[in-house]
Design a protein around this ligand. Structure first.
Ligand code: PEP
Ligand code: MG
Length: 586
């Protein structure tokens, strides 16, 4: 068979070679059969067995998700379990089998579709979101009844490369890591949450391939390169040999870099760079430690909110999660926890209206300040946890100083209440602002009066500066971190923060890309936070690049007219400084 090359967006590095498993979006055609009256009891038993199997599978997935990512994400499956016990769902299915003598799969399909249509018409966003749970559960039940359970991705029998239209962060989090060698999706962009999750789990991945599910078939031999976004279908022997070599070389380099985790991130001319980890849950602390992170630069608290049962995390849930992170890192290492940043591309939990929100809507601090019942339990949990380590709090989506002032006031009031009630709360907890809204980056000197540190969120900042939706694969090629406009904004932030002596960190995904990181170092960003797995590569970059050189590179980059010119220039510099490849240990 002819070999075929497809290209997408490489979002998680590593080479995977193996057999494709294409995940169907639906279950295909469902047969409609009329049963003999004597067969309906057996059909009912078949339905009951399928329901039991789905229930067991949901429990397994939930436990797996709990172990891998944390309780927050595991609760996504609660709503589906509830539907399995719901008479409003089960009785009409049983009636179709018993009274109308229909086969179980037909009955499930008809009733599922009717319920989804009814829910889609409801005004209330929370109830409307239940329609999606019904769809997921109906598909699961149909797969079991039709014997198509192979597309479960959490317990696979053999190693595969998964090819899917899209994968939710929850599906990514529960992938069977012993058998999923890598994955490719048609949808998605570089900084989508699914991509971030793939990097956190260190699974090679490509997103935004548009038509992978059309061109690849289950059983096809494929090679996936998660660094450059290439997928080779039916590779010839020579290509496969070459990629095996690349895969082995990549693993060796990774192991070599990991073994250097004790090495300090100091440039050859003596500038110390702080490398921190971005985490989604307390479970990822181990990866941060393994890769030698000096602390946690960003803890995204959003996953605590992804409960499909409609309940929001209470104070105790917040407290336990944050305390676990603080206790797991060395007592002096900073742990920067971000208050809730739901909205935008981060789907809202059902209790907050469900599913999609506008990119320009009630995100992050806007929602927290507008709804004390949301902010207060989180802040109380954070402040109580502060007694267990070195906590820093960062506020997302800040647009102006008044928001920081209001948030600090509330945090201060809550701290007073807790202390009055005899709770231990650390003194002088640093409170910082994310710089990710363009207008905020233009008033850094005013914000500086009210914050203890800044953290630049380039994932959003670039999205809003370039007007490129970070999750939309149709515009992913326009998402240019090295656009001179972006560099000028970053330069302005670094200069003002330095003048005002406000500590500055950067926690967007670009910190993990050696090409961009080289320019960031030269612009004066000396604290970078990233997916733990990327730390060794960036440490190696720091150890091989004199700061004096990085500064020259950054100043020249600032004079160039376009993203392409900056990229070409930066690449030539990177190759000149690391002729053997930047992954080679220096
Ligand atoms: C960012 O916007 O760069 C960031 C770090 O936060 P998130 O990706 O969670 O929006
Ligand atoms: Mg952000």
């Amino acid at each position: 068979m002819d070999s075929m090359l497809r290209e997408g967006i490489g979002v998680s590095p590593g080479v995977a070679i193996g057999t494709a498993l294409v995940v169907e979006r639906g279950v295909g055609e469902v047969p409609e059969l009329t049963l003999a009256p004597s067969a309906s009891a057996a059909e009912m038993a078949r339905l009951d067995a399928a329901i039991e199997r789905v229930r067991r599978e949901l429990l397994d997935v939930e436990q797996l998700a709990g172990r891998e990512v944390g309780e927050g994400i595991a609760q996504i499956f609660d709503a589906q379990k509830m539907i399995l016990d719901d008479h409003g769902f089960l009785n009409p299915i049983r009636a179709q089998i018993n009274d109308d003598l229909r086969n179980a799969e037909w009955a499930v399909q008809v009733v599922g579709a009717e319920l989804q249509a009814r829910f889609a018409r409801i005004d209330d966003a929370y109830l409307r979101a239940r329609g999606a749970d019904i769809e997921t559960l109906t598909t699961h039940l149909l797969r079991v009844l039709l014997g198509q359970s192979a597309s479960r991705l959490d317990s696979l029998g053999e190693p595969v490369i998964v090819v899917a239209y899209d994968m939710s962060p929850a599906q990514t989090a529960t992938l069977d890591r012993d058998h999923v060698l890598g994955f490719v999706t048609d949808a998605g962009g570089r900084t989508s949450h699914t991509a971030i999750m793939a990097r956190a789990l260190e699974i090679p991945a490509i997103v935004g391939m548009h038509d992978a599910t059309e061109h690849v078939h289950t059983g096809d031999r494929v090679i996936l390169d998660g660094a450059d976004g290439r997928l080779i279908v039916h590779p010839d022997k020579a290509t496969e040999r070459e990629y095996r070599h690349r895969r082995d070389a990549y693993r060796e380099r990774e192991a070599e870099l990991a073994s250097q985790r004790e090495h300090e991130a100091v440039t050859p001319d003596g500038h110390t760079i702080t490398l921190h980890a971005n985490l989604e849950s307390a479970h990822e602390i181990e990866a941060a430690r393994r890769h030698g992170a000096a602390g946690v630069g960003l803890f995204r608290s959003e996953f605590l909110y992804l409960r499909a049962d409609g309940r929001l995390p209470d104070e105790e849930r917040h407290f336990k999660e944050y305390r676990a992170v603080l206790e797991a890192v060395a007592a002096t290492a900073p742990v920067t926890i971000r208050t809730m940043d739901l909205g935008g591309d981060k789907n809202l939990p059902d209790a907050l209206g469900g599913e999609h929100d506008s990119l320009l809507g009630l995100r992050g601090i806007r929602r927290s300040l507008g709804d004390g019942s949301l902010f207060e339990p989180q802040v109380r949990g954070l402040l109580r946890a502060s007694a267990y380590g070195n906590l820093r709090i960062v506020l997302p989506f800040i647009t102006e100083a008044a928001e920081v002032v209001a948030a600090r006031q509330r945090i201060g009031d809550i701290a007073d209440d807790l202390r009055a009630a005899g709770e231990a709360v650390a003194d002088d907890i640093p409170i910082g602002a994310m710089l990710e809204v363009p207008a905020a980056t233009m008033i850094v000197e005013h914000l500086a009066d009210h914050v203890d540190f800044f953290s630049v969120g380039t994932n959003d900042l670039i999205q809003y500066l370039l007007a490129v939706d970070r999750t939309n694969d149709a515009v992913a090629h326009l998402y240019e971190p090295l656009h001179p406009g972006v560099l000028r904004v970053l330069d302005g932030i670094a200069t003002t923060a330095r003048e005002r002596s406000v500590p500055l960190s950067l926690c967007g995904e670009v910190a993990a890309d050696p090409l961009t990181a080289m320019v960031l170092l030269g612009l004066g960003f000396d604290e970078l936070s990233m997916t733990p797995g990327s730390i060794p590569v960036i440490r190696n970059l720091v150890r091989g690049l004199p700061m004096s050189e990085a500064r020259l590179i950054a100043s020249h980059a600032l004079t160039l007219p376009g993203a392409r010119e900056v990229e070409e220039f930066a690449l030539s510099q990177l190759m000149a400084h690391f002729p053997g490849g930047f992954l080679v240990a220096g």
